[in-house]
Ligand binder design. Structure first.
Ligand SMILES: [Zn+2]
Length: 292
């Protein structure tokens, strides 16, 4: 294109026309990508994501098409898909352009936030855990801005114990602290220590062996009843004895106050009972459904 002979007007008009054309083409590109995404056409090409398809198969480089970054187009397309699958109205191409303008030069995480705001989407909250080769676990978690602020505060508090704790260090510190205080394992009272304690005014958790045998014969499996569906669990895995009304809440060692629970439900019940945030109503309902 030799522009030497173009006058100013021609240059401006020429630019206008091309910008309009670019927008039109971009609309069509987004439209095509949307359809490809919807039909998951990329799977036919041996790639598992839209982004991999666009870069590897189409040869679209990350920063091609002017300033518009392909990852932003992918982001937009997926956001719109989420929006439409929620049963909402389709975004017009004008809206698509507006959003693209807003996210195009932003880092992708920021783009996600803007997109969520523009399209009124829930930010995807998912936790991903991958088992790594060395048996360690890699976890991805999603936090809101408010949650991040709380994390920062916890990080500051913990920094007296650990200098500049990484997220995983903070997490493990809190886990250990919780276990130290709440894990029944750390409170396990052996039969011998229960006998020793019987002279004190602490209630004993000791259960004689005939009660134990009767309990196992009676229950045979986990008696956990789902509060909503009323379904009995029935699992025989890691069966544990449970006080229906906990000793600390005035429960007794009588057979009527005992039940078998699988490991999972015993821990769940313990969590519910020790979680100070749950309401007394729930506690009542909970004990009620389990006493019946
Ligand atoms: Zn169970």
């Amino acid at each position: 294109m030799n522009l030497k002979s173009w006058n100013s007007n021609a240059l401006v008009e020429g630019l206008k026309v091309r910008v309009q054309t670019e927008r039109k083409i971009m609309s069509e590109i987004i439209f095509l990508i949307q359809e490809i995404d919807k039909r998951r056409v990329y799977l036919e090409h041996g790639v598992t994501s839209l982004f991999a398809f666009l870069t590897d198969v189409i040869g679209y480089s990350g920063s091609a098409a002017g300033e518009i970054n392909l990852s932003h187009v992918s982001l937009l397309v997926q956001g719109i898909r989420q929006k439409e699958s929620d049963g909402c109205v389709k975004a017009t191409s004008e809206q698509k352009h507006e959003i693209l303008e807003k996210i195009k030069s932003k880092p992708i995480e920021r783009g996600e936030v803007i997109l969520a705001k523009e399209l009124d989407l829930q930010l995807k909250a998912y936790d991903v855990c991958h088992r790594q080769k060395n048996e360690s676990l890699r976890a991805e978690m999603t936090f809101t801005e408010d949650e991040m602020a709380e994390i920062k505060r916890a990080q500051n508090l913990v920094s007296h114990q650990i200098q500049n704790p990484r997220l995983s260090e903070l997490f493990m510190y809190l886990v250990r602290d919780q276990l130290k205080r709440k894990d029944p394992k750390n409170r396990k009272i052996t039969a011998a220590s229960a006998v020793r304690q019987s002279g004190t005014n602490k209630p004993s958790r000791y259960i004689n062996s005939s009660t134990n045998t009767t309990l196992h014969k009676r229950d045979q499996s986990c008696r956990w009843k789902d509060p909503k569906t009323e379904k009995i669990c029935g699992s025989t895995f890691q069966l544990q004895r449970d006080h229906i009304v906990p000793i600390w809440a005035g429960g007794t060692n009588d057979l009527e106050n005992l039940q078998l629970l699988c490991g999972v439900h015993n821990r769940l019940k313990y969590r519910l009972e020790t979680n100070s945030t749950f309401t007394s109503d729930y506690r009542t309902e909970y004990i009620f459904t389990h006493a019946s």
